[in-house]
Design a protein. Structure first.
Length: 262
């Protein structure tokens, strides 16, 4: 550096300690804070306040196990997932489950879990290249037990089917079931248009509501027996009308056991 026609070698000047502190301390503090935040986030569980029928989106490890548990004394009672997509390891003693996406599973996958109070939740899991995660479900309010309660267990199977059928026919919320509306076309006969309108998910039964429209030029007659092979695990079927004229529509109600159901 040139000053008043004289040269001063700044490299030989002593560096004041306070100057070093001012330069390095902010950087050091920032690094410490970042490390603390990373450590906190890495170890924090994913917590969700849920009520019956809710859908939550979670992060899961694509290579390690992910733990799913109910807060407090709650227990997970059952889990449903598409075959070949999810590896499930239940811990029956603690009432929690450990899951891991199967090789080749889609980046985002979904499944159902039900707690011991009969509430059912939809879990949308997004795969990430992260270590093991813990997911805690926190029920928003106490619920009457329909999953493990003696009242539910003592109800005959036929009566449970009838109760679900009645609720679907009336378009009501059925105690112990969550439902999801949809508009999925089901190809079966060229003369009809069949659409899945609503799905009920409960303790050990699935209920489905379809509309069937006659799109042919002739009258059509049906019988419930024709729909006993309408998909797998069918337990009961009911038709609102057995005869349809051209362009007319009726409701079809189907009760089946879920995949992996008891």
């Amino acid at each position: 550096m040139k000053m008043n026609n004289q040269y001063v070698d700044t490299g030989s000047l002593p560096v004041q300690p306070w100057l070093v502190w001012m330069i390095t301390t902010p950087l050091a503090i920032a690094m410490v804070i970042a490390m603390l935040l990373y450590s906190s986030n890495a170890n924090a569980a994913q917590e969700f306040r849920v009520k019956d029928g809710d859908t939550i989106t979670v992060k899961v490890s694509s290579r390690e196990l992910t733990r799913i548990s109910i807060q407090g004394e709650g227990r997970l009672d059952k889990v449903w997932g598409s075959a070949g997509v999810l590896e499930i390891q239940p811990d029956k003693d603690k009432g929690e489950i450990f899951i891991r996406p199967a090789p080749g599973a889609p980046t985002a996958l979904s499944f159902f879990v039900r707690d011991d109070m009969g509430a059912t939740y939809t879990v949308v899991a997004q795969q990430h290249d992260i270590p093991s995660e813990t997911i805690i479900l926190k029920p928003a309010a106490p619920r009457r037990s329909v999953g493990r309660g003696s009242e539910y267990r003592s109800t005959p199977f036929v009566d449970r089917v009838k109760r679900l059928m009645k609720g679907m026919a009336l378009g009501e919320q059925v105690d112990g079931y969550s439902y999801e509306d949809s508009e999925k076309k089901v190809p079966l006969w060229a003369e009809t248009q069949i659409i899945l309108r609503r799905t009920y998910t409960g303790y050990d039964l699935l209920g489905e509501i379809y509309t069937i429209q006659n799109i042919s030029d002739a009258d059509m007659n049906f019988h419930e027996r024709e729909f006993l092979d309408f998909g797998s695990r069918v337990q009961a079927v009911s038709l609102e009308r057995l005869s349809l004229g051209k362009g007319e529509t009726t409701f079809l109600y189907v009760v089946r056991k879920p995949l992996g159901g008891e």
